[in-house]
Each structure stands twice: as structure tokens, then as C-alpha cells.
Write a protein that binds this ligand. Structure first.
Ligand SMILES: Nc1ncnc2c1ncn2[C@@H]1O[C@H](COP(=O)(O)OP(=O)(O)OP(=O)(O)O)[C@@H](O)[C@H]1O
Ligand SMILES: [Mg+2]
Length: 190
């Protein structure tokens, strides 16, 4: 799970929203820890069960870059079909500005949410402004208010280890899944 988190960090782009779907103890936080550690964060990473969200800022920006992603999506300047926020940032100066910024990553744990509306009170729209990456545990508790995922990672307990299913829900999500899968074919297995 740690390794999958690290691989996810390598192929995520600013604005990526990932739902982590799995029972108690499935390994959702372990994946987030792997994501953050791989980017140089060395502090503690725990489920923000009571605070709902834990913000992280990563300044050694190792995330996948826009140009490569757009090559993969085979976009050109006139293509408006990709509605993901990054595709709105298609001027050179916008790109430079965003890429030079530190990357914000928000780890959400919605387990204790009683109503999805509570996300409005904590200012979910300010957190998920199209630049930050969100990794969300218990996303079903935010249904209706939480923005749609690019990628859903479903984790289920097995006798030994865990089974992981990757579901893409946007064009960006599709690229991320194909990158994760092709990395797996070429390298080690999880
Ligand atoms: N692939 C794995 N194989 C065996 N153990 C694992 C695996 N992934 C995680 N674990 C272990 O399972 C335990 C629970 O993991 P974790 O806290 O990440 O779960 P979680 O899905 O975040 O749970 P919660 O919903 O309670 O927040 C930890 O002790 C972790 O080390
Ligand atoms: Mg957790």
C-alpha cells in the first residue's frame, strides 16, 4: 500500500481527486503515508478522523508535469473536451505560475461526518480549488457535496495482504490508471 501510494504520487497532477474506498483498517491511511513520504514528507501521517482534513505542503515538486499529461491526452489548443481544471490552465504563464507553486495535498477522513453539508462549513471549495490534490477516506460520507473523483481506489481485505481495484472517473483518471498499470507491467508487482 505504501508502494502504491508512492506510485500514485508520481503520476498525480495538481487538482487530482482520489477517493480511497475500503473498510476500517483496509490500508487507506497507509497509502496516503506512502504518497507523502515518497515526496519527502517525514512527519507523522494519521487519519484526520476528528479534524476531517489534514493539509500538507510539498515543496520539492516531483509531480507529473502538465505537458507530458497533455501529450498523453492528445490535447491540442482548441480541444475543449477535457473539463478537468488543469485543462483550463493552458497558457504558458498559467502553467509556469502553477508549476512554481508548492503543491498542496489534503488528506480527508470523512468517517465522522454526520451530513455531507458539513463539508460546506469546513470550506471544501476553498480546499479543492483545482490545484490541490485530495486523498479522501470514507468519501461516501460526503456524497453530494464532495467533488467527483478522478480516480477511485477500492481496497479489500484478503487472507494475506489486500486487493486493490483502480477505477478512473475522468480523462485524467484514465491516464493515471494506465500509468499505474503500465508501471506495474514493467516493474515489480504490488
Ligand atoms: N497490504 C497490507 N497488508 C497487510 N497489512 C496492511 C496492508 N496495508 C495496510 N496494512 C495494515 O493495516 C492496518 C490499518 O491500516 P490503515 O490505518 O492504513 O487503514 P485505514 O483504511 O486507513 O483504516 P481507517 O478506516 O480505520 O482509517 C495498519 O496496521 C497497516 O499497517
Ligand atoms: Mg485511515
Amino acid at each position: 500500500m505504501t508502494e502504491l501510494g508512492a506510485k500514485l504520487a508520481m503520476v498525480s497532477v495538481p487538482g487530482t481527486i482520489v477517493y480511497l474506498d475500503g473498510d476500517l483498517g483496509a490500508g487507506k491511511t497507509t497509502l496516503v503515508r506512502g504518497f507523502l513520504r515518497s515526496q519527502g514528507y517525514s512527519g507523522a501521517v494519521k487519519s484526520p478522523t476528528f479534524t476531517v482534513v489534514e493539509p500538507y505542503t510539498l515543496d520539492n515538486n516531483k509531480f507529473y508535469n502538465y505537458n507530458e499529461l497533455e501529450d498523453d491526452l492528445k490535447l491540442d489548443g482548441d480541444n475543449n473536451s477535457v473539463t478537468h481544471s488543469i485543462s483550463n490552465k493552458n497558457t504558458e504563464s498559467d502553467r509556469e505560475q502553477i508549476e512554481s507553486q508548492v503543491q498542496r495535498v489534503y488528506h480527508f477522513d470523512l468517517y465522522r461526518l454526520e451530513d455531507p453539508e458539513e463539508l460546506e462549513y469546513i470550506g471544501i471549495r476553498d480546499y479543492l480549488d483545482g490545484h490541490a490534490i485530495a486523498l479522501v477516506e470514507w468519501p461516501e460520507k460526503g456524497y453530494g457535496v464532495l467533488p467527483q473523483a478522478d480516480l477511485i481506489i477500492k481496497i479489500t481485505h484478503q487472507k494475506q495482504g489486500r486487493k486493490v481495484e483502480l477505477q478512473s472517473h475522468s480523462e485524467v483518471g484514465t491516464v493515471i490508471v494506465s500509468k499505474l498499470v503500465s508501471n506495474e507491467r514493467n516493474k515489480s508487482s504490488i
